[in-house]
Structures are given as C-alpha cells and as structure tokens.
Design a protein around this ligand. Structure first.
Ligand code: PMT
Length: 224
C-alpha cells in the first residue's frame, strides 16, 4: 500500500534536455534522456500528486496518469513553466536546460566553407533563478545541480543564490550515474547542509528518496 502523502497537491516537474536550433538540420543539446525527471513524476503521481511534466525531446515514452507538456528549446520550457508556476505547490527542475543558444538561427542549412566556422552563443533565460524570485510562501522549489567537481560548494551556492528549498546534486563524472543511464547516486541538501547521500540505486529508488525529503520539507514549510 503506497503512501498518499501528496494527495491533492499540484506538482510541476521538468525533465530532459532542450534543443537549441542552429539551422533546419542541426541543434545544440545534451545527454539528458528525461529518465530521472520521469521517475520523480511517477513517484509523485503514485503518492497522490497531480503532476504536470514539462518534457524536452526524448525517444522514451512518458509515464501515464500525468499531464505531459512537450517542449523543445529553453525558451519554450521557460514559457511552459511560467504559465503554470503560480498554481504549483511544488516545482522540481530536473531538466538539463541549455545555458546558451545560437544568437541567430539560419533559415537554410549552413553550408560547409573553407576554414573554421564561428558560432556565436547567447545566454538562455535561467528558469530556476526566475522561479526562485517568484516563489510564494509555502511553495516548494527543488533544483538540481549536475557537477563534475566540488559538488557541495556548487550545490549549496545554487541553493542560496536561487532561493531553493532543496538542491539535488549529481556527480555526473561517475560511471552509471547521471545522464541517460538507469541508475543514479545523488546528494540532497537544504540550507542547513547535507541531508542525504544515496548509494548507486535505480532512478526510481533515487526518486523515492528525493520525494521523501520533499515531503518532510513541504510539511515544515506549511507549519512556518
Ligand atoms: O535525464 P536523465 O538522462 O535521467 O539525466 C538526469 C540528469 C543528470 C539530467 C539530472 O539528474 C540532473 O542532474 N539535472 C540537472 C542538469 C543540469 O542542467 O544541471 P545544471 O547544474 O546545469 O543546472 C542547475 C539547475 O538549473 C537545474 O535544476 C536546471 O533545470 C536549472 N536551469 C539551468 C539552466 C537554465 N537556463 N534554466 C534552468 O532552470
């Protein structure tokens, strides 16, 4: 018998990569498959949450029983999230959003030319930062940090700068953890420091640990 500790709560989860168009046949992206975010969405659904999953391009079938919103670019994800954030009791930003996009998108396929090709990039909107600024009392905001070094420092810096309740740090330099694989190992922090460090587990088991910490934090936020 599953706990129904998220019954009636409106949960917004983002998952997967974004694609930033260069020309009609090329884009910039990353290795995120959407598996980690989908596992969190499933866990929240099974515990009674009303889940909206904002999902970047993936070949994987999203879980049933959720509202699925498909997006492509960081800009699309920004709009999809901002349209829904005010109604969300909690927001989990698992997506690997591109930090940069091409300044210009070519209408036609870019042809090979002699010598090097320069691609000028500009910053995409920082969705998590904006959510931190808009956060209303009681709302729960969970960010991720994919790092290859200095996990604790970078994760806590993100938590403070972006006004997060929790941050989940992924050491993506480890084999079998992070992007695209079925397993993960994470460290979960709140403002007081490290709350939990999981061993290598299935993404569904990691999702359960994250959601357990979200539940504790949600209850505490409601009491404050
Ligand atoms: O999808 P999988 O293949 O299962 O892989 C899972 C994962 C490795 C992608 C996931 O566990 C993970 O670590 N997600 C965060 C990836 C990431 O982009 O981290 P970051 O440190 O670059 O970004 C930090 C946070 O800011 C993230 O919550 C991200 O969603 C958010 N962000 C980043 C850039 C941007 N423009 N807007 C954002 O909101």
């Amino acid at each position: 018998q599953k706990r129904r500790d998220f019954a009636g709560l409106c949960c917004l989860v983002t998952a997967g990569a974004t694609r930033e168009t260069i020309d009609p046949v090329r884009f910039l992206s990353n290795r995120s498959s959407g598996k980690m975010g989908m596992a969190i969405a499933e866990e929240l659904r099974d515990r009674g949450g009303q889940v909206t999953l904002i999902l970047g391009p993936t070949h994987l079938e999203p879980p049933c029983g959720l509202e699925i919103v498909r997006v492509e670019s960081a800009q699309d994800m920004y709009h999809a999230v901002m349209e829904r954030e005010a109604n969300a009791d909690m927001i989990v930003k698992t997506a690997a959003v591109a930090d940069y996009r091409p300044v210009a998108t070519s209408e036609h396929k870019v042809k090979k030319q002699a010598g090097n090709l320069m691609l000028e990039l500009e910053r995409t909107p920082d969705i998590l930062q904006e959510l931190g600024m808009r956060k209303r009392p009681g709302q729960l905001l969970v960010g991720f940090a994919a790092e290859t070094q200095d996990l604790d420092r970078y994760a806590l810096d993100k938590l403070h700068r972006k006004h997060l309740d929790l941050v989940v740090a992924n050491d993506v330099s480890k084999a079998d953890a992070g992007f695209a694989v079925d397993t993960n190992a994470v460290r979960i922090y709140d403002a007081s420091g490290l709350l939990a460090a999981t061993p290598l587990l299935s993404k569904r088991e990691v999702a359960r640990t994250i959601v357990n910490h979200m539940c504790d934090r949600w209850r505490r936020n409601q009491d404050e």
